[in-house]
Design a binder for this molecule. Structure first.
Ligand code: SF4
Length: 332
């Protein structure tokens, strides 16, 4: 059976959106994944993945020495094909130096000179579909059900979440107020929490860097459960799986919800779902100011609003988002 290597060293959300590709490739033969130390735990327990190879390109494996070390380790595995889900020159060179004979990547990627097959980067497709097309460059577009990402929290994650939630089983709405990019953070999560509390318990999810945002929500709703900084990525996925609805920015928790099929309200500001990174949960609502002429202004979300007013987020009201949450809840 042909063996595949998938190189995906991008952001966490991209790693989640690569899982449909992993599932597709696993039908052909064993699949190993090169990824970052931050993302590797996310793919633990995934049945489509035979082995995870951690490439700490900004740390222990930095520089030429680390590159050669990883390339040698990959060469020993004699993979039949590499799929460059992340398109840097370094990733392309890694697959080439590792001696992998077939190398599939996007025509627009910096590393394209190292590919044996260049695949169109289809702007009109969801990113999960674009990635899946790497495995079928001349084939049909994936159906919606093939795009569902997947993650597999284990017993340890279930126990951790049980402990934090106190084992009550009471329905809750999860709020994920963080984002790496400042302009993608919607500023009214505390007000939203106060509006939603009469309807359900509030649980905040996020990384250690989101602690201040969690505190602001707890100040508005004193019995909110603030789990920021207390859960691994996979445990966060487990928590989100149990929520009746997740409210999130255009950031990693949205993709965790897609993988766990949790109904999602996604708030988009400087970015738009048409970039290919919208929610894939079977039930989802996207909220954003579609009539704002300056939007979208950046593929990732700028550090600061170039116009100084940040209307794309500040003009999305807590009431509007609460109504979307209640509409999704009613449909369950
Ligand atoms: S320029 Fe417009 S879309 Fe960009 S951050 Fe400012 S308000 Fe948002």
């Amino acid at each position: 059976m042909p063996s595949s290597l998938v190189i995906q060293t991008s952001f966490l959300g991209d790693v989640v959106l690569t899982t449909p590709l992993l599932v597709q490739l696993a039908r052909r033969g064993p699949v190993d994944v090169v990824t970052t130390p931050e993302s590797a735990p996310l793919l633990a327990n995934h049945p489509a993945v035979r082995a995870l190879i951690v490439y700490d390109k900004r740390g222990a494996d930095g520089g030429l020495g680390g590159f050669v070390r990883i390339a040698r380790a990959l060469r020993r595995e004699r993979y039949d094909a590499a799929f460059l889900a992340q398109g840097s020159l370094r990733s392309g060179a890694l697959a080439f130096v590792a001696g992998i004979p077939s190398r599939f990547g996007f025509r627009t990627s910096a590393g394209r000179w190292f590919y044996t097959k260049r695949v169109d980067y289809r702007e009109d497709l969801h990113h999960a579909a674009r990635l899946l097309m790497l495995a079928r460059p001349n084939g049909r577009e994936p159906a919606a059900e093939e795009l569902q990402p997947s993650l597999f929290p284990g017993e340890a994650e279930r126990r951790r979440v049980d402990t934090l939630l106190g084992g009550t089983g009471e329905p809750f709405i999860a709020l994920a107020p963080g984002s790496v990019w400042a302009t993608k953070r919607w500023p009214y999560y505390a007000e939203l929490a106060a509006l939603l509390r009469p309807h359900a318990r509030i649980v905040v999810v996020g990384g250690g860097g989101d602690a201040t945002l969690g505190e602001a929500i707890s100040a508005a709703v004193p019995d909110a459960v603030d789990t920021t900084g207390q859960l691994s990525l996979l445990a966060s996925a487990e928590l989100i799986a149990r929520a009746s609805v997740l409210v999130t920015n255009d950031s990693a928790p949205q993709h965790l919800a897609s993988a766990m099929a949790t109904p999602t309200v996604s708030i988009f500001g400087p970015t738009v779902p048409e970039f290919g990174f919208g929610p894939l949960s079977p039930a989802s609502i996207v909220v954003g100011k579609s009539d704002l002429a300056c939007r979208p202004c950046d593929r990732h979300g700028p550090a600061r609003c170039p116009l100084g007013h940040h209307h794309c987020m500040r003009h999305v009201s807590a009431r509007e988002v609460a109504d979307a949450v209640l509409a999704l809840s009613a449909g369950r």
